[in-house]
Design a protein around this ligand. Structure first.
Ligand code: GTP
Ligand code: MG
Length: 197
């Protein structure tokens, strides 16, 4: 499955730049380098989409994409700023957190947050904090373990179970690889279910 059509809409650095709430939205959250852009590109079947819209300093921006899913009405994907880059200070975290929370905490059209965790790193403090924050607000979390092609097949399911445990959520993550296409249909199905609710 892949999107029928997708295009970049707008970037925003602050809540006053968020576009009007017009269609159901699915947000993508994860630490820097976890594979967010690659995952969005592979869901929509356009190698350069999430990257095309990237300009220097964009890490602190939210990026909207208009998407016609495999079936059903138009939706939007929202690429959230990558957080927790190993070398950045608490200061950077203090900057992204209010912006992400301003979006996640007050977006009526938000249907789910796809929470990405790198298969080789597992869930760490920031992912745990974010998952707990979302669960608290009853926002649907779609957990995804990325780059599973880097793990032998026998280690993937155990890594997924460890991720659920670490995040304190019951749902098993989608085991995803942008390299091989693993998990793509599972993830689309989860997204379509979430936006049709
Ligand atoms: P930032 O926007 O910088 O925060 O990163 P991102 O989360 O958007 O990650 P991006 O998609 O740019 O991928 C980061 C690196 O991981 C790139 O070198 C990708 O080629 C690689 N990568 C992404 N997905 C996969 C995957 O499924 N498998 C493998 N092996 N590598 C991947
Ligand atoms: Mg990116």
């Amino acid at each position: 499955m892949r999107a029928r059509r997708a295009s970049f809409t707008i970037s925003a650095a602050a809540p006053n730049g968020f576009p009007p709430e017009e269609v159901p939205e699915v947000a993508f959250a994860g630490r820097s380098n976890v594979g967010k852009s690659s995952l969005i590109n592979s869901l929509v079947g356009q190698a350069g989409l999430a990257r095309t819209s990237r300009t220097p300093g964009r890490t602190q921006l939210l990026n909207w994409f208009a998407v016609d899913p495999p079936t059903g009405d138009s939706i939007a994907f929202v690429d959230l700023p990558g957080y927790g880059y190993a070398k950045v200070s608490k200061k950077t975290r203090a900057e992204w957190q209010p912006l992400i929370e301003a979006y996640l905490g007050d977006r009526g059209v938000l249907r789910a947050v796809v929470l990405l965790v790198d298969a080789r790193r597992g869930a760490e403090g920031e992912e745990q904090d974010l998952a707990a924050w979302l669960v608290d607000r009853e926002i649907e979390v779609i957990p995804v373990l990325t780059k599973v092609d880097k793990l032998p097949k026998s280690k993937r399911k155990p890594a997924g179970m460890a991720m659920s445990r670490a995040l304190g959520i019951r749902r098993n993550p989608v085991l995803f690889s942008a390299e091989t296409g693993d998990g793509q249909d599972d993830l689309w199905r989860a997204i379509l279910r979430a936006v049709s609710r």
